[in-house]
Design a binder for this molecule. Sequence first.
Ligand SMILES: Nc1ncnc2c1ncn2[C@@H]1O[C@H](COP(=O)(O)OP(=O)(O)OP(=O)(O)O)[C@@H](O)[C@H]1O
Ligand SMILES: [Mg+2]
Length: 331
Amino acid sequence: MMSGSEPGGAGGRPQQGAGREEFERLVSADADGIEEQRIEAALRPKKLDDFVGQERVREQLSLVLHSALRRGRTPDHVLLSGGPGLGKTTLAMIIAAELGQPLRISSGPAIERAGDLAAVLSTLAEGEVLFLDEIHGATTRAGMLPGPLRDRFGFVAHMDFYEPAELEVIVRRSAKLLDVEIADDAAAEVAGRSRGTPRIANRLLRRVRDYAEVRADGVITKESARAALALYEVDERGLDRLDRSVLESLMRKFGGGPVGLSTLAVSVGEEPETVEVVAEPFLVRQGLLARTPRGRVATAAAWAHLGLAQPPTAPLAGTLFEVDEDAGRPE
Ligand SMILES: Nc1ncnc2c1ncn2[C@@H]1O[C@H](COP(=O)(O)OP(=O)(O)OP(=O)(O)O)[C@@H](O)[C@H]1O
Ligand SMILES: [Mg+2]
């Protein structure tokens, strides 16, 4: 079984040299160190039935596993793809558990040299499940698997972003495991700001819990959840300070654009890579920002979200900010 994340997914990792080193985001979809991994392990559903959402993937996988069990055979190779924090590792562990087999974990980067994989395979016991994480690291083009490799997998599943209702279930489930009481409307509040990503939902829940324990009586109400998330500057749509400052600059300083990436980045005091890799993918996904050949543009939804009045559409040609310095940049 293998899994690969797509770069520039829900949160984006600041690339090397990009942005401030101490830069840490509550709304990043990437796991944040050993401590978070430990907590995540405790929150992982252990059975397919407890895995929330991804209905189709779950049902298909259930068939594959149960028919293999019934025939007493090993199931097909499984390929899981999707952005960070969407549940690939969780599913891998569930697969082994459902088959009643031990799980061995290795990763793409660890099997890069010829012979590495053979060494791993030769020590596998019969039936043992091998999980190769970050398999895109073993390919030449990041995030892309060559066809011949892809064709080896009898089961290929793509994990998508979660619906708010699904995240709500995850938040309520995690709260139970963390032994904290949460009101239904508070769970909805957290879910709505989690960018479609269980990992972010669980992280926001922990911050909201801290707040409720220290400032309220330990019960997470809608009010305490809202206050906590306001304190951490995660807004109703899951935008954080960086996201908002990009949008605000774009609107206040450049009339909503179009403006080139570099100019926009300078105006918010960030490296272009940080704006492009860390902030933009989610803004684009949310339909708040558009990348056009002439530069970045704030959409009507962005004006509405920040509560700013959109100026009457200016003629595009010959504007003050004649900047299509980024035209042709990869999106
Ligand atoms: N469907 C789900 N139901 C409940 N919890 C989930 C679900 N998917 C993910 N989670 C939780 O979200 C966290 C992150 O999930 P996981 O580690 O499986 O993501 P991943 O896709 O492997 O991420 P990465 O690409 O960074 O390796 C875990 O704590 C897990 O419990
Ligand atoms: Mg993983």
